[in-house]
Design a binder for this molecule. Structure first.
Ligand code: KIV
Length: 265
């Protein structure tokens, strides 16, 4: 596979072809994802939960993110590498620029931030500085204490309109990608129809340009309740880890995943 860039994702979107994204936190899994031709790798702050054992993503620091981003980037030279800016690391513009620069120096090609229209100025300044941004909307885990739990977002007409307005604002500000987590399929479809940048979904139904899953979830290595949108690809594939990645890529591309039972209405 040739190195994946943002232009690759735009071209895929233009042709109506879907792309795959998985979270990854270390070199061995990153190398396996390269062999399986996963197009986008997210070094997610979910590492706070699945790697560090915390109950949320809130304790994760930018230093943690840079450490894991560097490990992934050393081992995978073809995927587009996206790294999360963790909780409160982009609350001010100077913090956002400095922390994003640290992640790019560690090997990220773009950064992901959680929020809405209030991020517009940050997104513009990052892009001016040479750092593309993905804006994560819907269920944004860094705001778990504001939401009062991990719940599907955008269910009311008002909430859906707000999310659409936020998506327009950050796209106009120069966001490179959107990521929608746990929103009704119909809302993700509206965002996908109205916004021209590629949209990645997780628990957002089939009408997105890309799909992402957390590595440990898709391998069935998780404790506690499994979210509705999770599918075990270790079981669906040939039983190997690389096979699970290949199965995920194939099912995302041909539209088998996510099936209606993985989505919210
Ligand atoms: O941190 C993460 O893994 C994420 C995914 C859930 C999209 O943001």
């Amino acid at each position: 596979m040739k190195p994946v860039t943002l232009q690759t994702l735009r071209d895929l979107k233009q042709r109506g072809e879907r792309f795959s994204c998985l979270t990854c936190y270390d070199a061995s899994f990153a190398a396996a994802m390269e062999r399986a031709e996963v197009e986008v790798i997210l070094i997610g702050d979910s590492l706070g939960m699945v790697v560090q054992g915390h109950g949320s993503t809130l304790p994760v620091t930018n230093q943690d993110m840079a450490y894991h981003t560097a490990a992934v980037a050393r081992a995978n030279k073809t995927a587009l590498i996206m790294a999360d800016l963790p909780f409160m690391s982009y609350a001010t513009l100077p913090d956002a620029l400095a922390n994003a620069a640290e992640l790019v120096r560690a090997g990220a090609h773009l950064v992901k931030l959680e929020g809405g229209a209030w991020l517009a100025e940050t997104v513009t300044q990052l892009a001016r500085g040479g750092i593309p941004a993905c804006v994560h909307m819907g269920l944004t885990p860094q705001s778990v204490n504001v939401f009062g739990g991990y719940r599907v977002q955008g269910r009311s007409e008002q909430a859906a309109e707000q999310l659409l307005a936020d998506a327009r604002a950050v796209a106009d500000a120069g966001a490179a990608l959107l990521l929608l987590e746990c929103v009704p399929t119909s809302l993700a479809r509206r965002v996908h129809e109205e916004i021209s940048i590629p949209v990645i979904g997780i628990g957002a139904g089939l009408d997105c340009d890309g799909q992402v899953l957390v590595l440990h979830d898709m391998l069935g290595v998780h404790s506690g309740k499994t979210a509705r949108f999770v599918k075990n690809f270790l079981q669906a594939g040939d039983g190997s880890i690389e096979g699970a990645f290949r199965q995920f890529v194939a099912e995302v591309k041909d539209g088998r995943y996510p099936a209606p039972e993985h989505a919210f209405e």
